[in-house]
Structures are given as structure tokens and as C-alpha cells.
Design a binder for this molecule. Structure first.
Ligand code: TXA
Ligand code: MG
Length: 311
């Protein structure tokens, strides 16, 4: 395929992006978390192209993106807990894994044959505008080749998938910079992936602790040991660089790049993938300063541990 069309975030760009999606093409688009690699979720061939483009193992189910509760309820069954979470946090960086309706119209490949489905209502205005124009649910994993770090700018998408998508809708940098938090409700509340919404906020809303997935639960790709892997070797909890390492700093540990000089975890999350991309491009081993294990720090450390896992 030729290089992706770069589409501006204006009426013409959005019209073009929606037309491509409605014709079964892949379009990368910004959400508040990370860029998504979108396809019409009701079109099996379009969905299959996502796996092809990502080089993603087929057993990793995808998230379906919608703009409203009517569309969401047509796809999945919401119990009281799901209703409460949707009311509190949608649109926003929360994905719910719910029982899938038999007549949902969603391509089976989207949930890899499971009878559950992951749903999300993004808050990013461009994502919402685009979804409205498409008029169908859009399946979208993060817009990176499988096993690589997520894309938080249109340039990241172009570098990773530039010849495998029809178009990239350029909405600048993603404000959250970290994937959505995934909560399973089948029906017990389970934290499937920490992400842009702190798990504590979900627990406060439910008035209950989130369980952790048991061994028999579907292995979400976010749980594979070395999923978010830069090419470089990584060493965590480093106070300084040794040898030819580059140092990813946090707070007082300055580093070659710093996730947040003031120790702000929200800023660190927003910088995480961009900084990793830039350090990875230097083709040297990466040392990473300690990040506290609280709030968004849990999600950041989760990504860092995966990135550093032996492979
Ligand atoms: O912020 C995000 O969530 C971004 C943006 C584009 O929305 N999307 C994203 O998608 O991170 P992806 O495919 O990279 O991660 C989706 C995760 C995967 O780990 C997948 O296994 C899990 O969701 N998942 C999807 N459906 C599931 C299901 N039915 N049961 C359990 N896990 C599921
Ligand atoms: Mg991903």
C-alpha cells in the first residue's frame, strides 16, 4: 500500500475519514487516550484488516467505540454496575467488558469469538465527530504494530503503520497519553487493564474493590508479559544511567528525558509513550527512574514492566 493519506482535522478531512471507514478501509484517528486503528466494527473484512495491519495475534479481541448509550445498549447488556460506571465516566478513558448481545451486528472477529464485548465511548471531540459521521460502531485497537508502544501522535502512527492504513486523521497529541482502563463486568467487577482512569475512581463509584483476572480469564494482550516492548533493552528503578544507557527520568532523577520534572503522574502518563518512542529511536539501552505505585503510576509502571520483560 502507498503511504497513508494525512487528513486534517477539518470538515473535509472528517468527511473523507468517515467515507473511507464506511467503505471498509482502515483509518487511524485520535482519542483522548491514544490513537486508534479504526475499522467498521460491523464489517468482518475491515476488522480482519486490523489484525493484518497490526500483525496482531488473532486471539486478542478489540474495543468497539460508540458515541451514545443507545448504540452501546444495542451491542451489550448493561447491569446496574455497568450503568453506574457508564453514567459516571463516559465519555472518557474507561472500557467496559460486558455480555455481548447475539443480535449486536458486530463482526464476530471483533471479540475473537468470545460472548463478551469491550465497549468504550471516547471523549475526544474529533473521535466523537468521526463516529457520528460514520454512523456505525468502530472497532479500534491502539494504532501501533503488535507488541510495540502505543501511538500518541499522528507521526507515531505514520512511523509504525504508515503503509498499512488508508489514512491518518491528525488531531495532534493525545491528552491522556495512556490507554483506557478496562473493567470486566461478567458480572463481577475485575480490573483487566489499569489505564487512564485511576482504578481507585472506579472502585469509589462501585463502592467495591476490583478483582484481578483469574488464570482462566481471557488473556488480554495488555496482560501478555512483553507486550509494550520498545526495541531497546530496558532497566527499571534506576537512579542513574550506566554504560551507554539513556535515562528516562522522573521527578528529581533528571534523565535525558523526564516524564515529569515536578513528579506529576498525569504529566508523566501523557509523556510516557512519546518519550519511550524518542529514546527507543536512539538505539541504546534505556534506564528508567522509579515511578511511585499510586494512581496513574500503577498504569505507568504496568506499561514499563511489560516493556522491560524478557523476550
Ligand atoms: O484507550 C484505548 O483503550 C485504546 C483506544 C484506541 O480506544 N484502544 C486500545 O485497544 O488500547 P487495544 O486493542 O490495544 O487494547 C484492547 C484490550 C486488549 O488487551 C484486549 O485483549 C482487551 O482490550 N479486550 C477486548 N475485548 C475483550 C474481551 N471481550 N475480554 C477481555 N479483554 C478484552
Ligand atoms: Mg494496544
Amino acid at each position: 500500500m502507498p503511504q497513508a493519506e494525512r487528513l486534517c482535522a477539518d470538515d473535509a478531512g472528517l468527511t473523507r475519514a468517515a467515507a473511507l471507514l464506511r467503505n471498509g478501509a482502515l483509518v487511524a484517528f485520535p482519542t483522548e487516550t491514544v490513537y486508534g486503528l479504526g475499522a467498521d466494527a460491523t464489517d468482518d473484512m475491515a476488522v480482519a484488516r486490523i489484525f493484518e495491519a497490526k500483525g496482531r495475534p488473532q486471539f486478542n479481541p478489540l474495543i468497539v467505540h460508540v458515541t451514545g448509550m443507545d448504540a452501546a445498549r444495542a451491542i451489550a447488556r448493561f447491569d446496574d454496575a455497568a450503568d453506574r460506571l457508564a453514567r459516571a465516566f463516559w465519555p472518557g478513558p474507561l472500557t467496559l467488558v460486558l455480555p455481548r448481545r447475539a443480535d449486536s451486528g458486530i463482526a464476530p472477529l471483533v471479540s475473537a469469538g468470545l460472548d463478551s464485548i469491550a465497549l468504550r465511548m471516547p471523549a475526544h471531540p474529533l473521535a466523537r465527530d468521526l463516529l457520528g459521521r460514520v454512523g456505525r460502531p468502530v472497532a479500534a485497537p491502539s494504532a501501533n504494530p503488535s507488541g510495540r508502544i502505543s501511538a500518541t501522535t499522528a507521526d507515531h502512527v505514520r512511523d509504525g503503520l504508515g503503509e498499512r492504513v488508508a489514512a491518518i486523521l491528525d488531531g495532534g497529541a493525545c491528552p491522556v497519553g495512556l490507554e483506557s482502563t478496562i473493567v470486566g463486568l461478567l458480572p463481577d467487577p475485575v480490573l483487566l487493564r489499569p489505564g487512564g482512569l485511576p482504578a481507585e475512581a472506579v472502585e469509589a463509584c462501585l463502592g467495591a474493590a476490583l478483582g484481578l483476572p483469574d488464570g482462566s480469564a481471557i488473556l488480554s494482550s495488555g496482560q501478555m508479559a512483553s507486550h509494550y516492548a520498545p526495541r531497546a533493552r530496558m532497566r527499571l528503578n534506576a537512579e542513574s544511567a550506566t554504560g551507554n544507557e539513556v535515562l528516562l527520568g522522573f521527578g528529581n532523577v533528571a534523565g535525558d528525558l523526564n516524564l515529569s520534572p515536578t513528579g506529576d503522574l498525569v504529566e508523566a502518563a501523557a509523556n510516557l509513550f512519546g518519550h519511550l518512542h524518542r529514546l527507543d529511536a536512539m538505539r541504546r539501552p534505556i534506564a528508567v527512574a522509579p515511578v511511585p505505585e499510586t494512581g496513574l503510576g500503577r498504569a505507568i509502571n504496568d506499561r514499563l514492566r511489560r516493556a522491560a520483560a524478557p523476550r
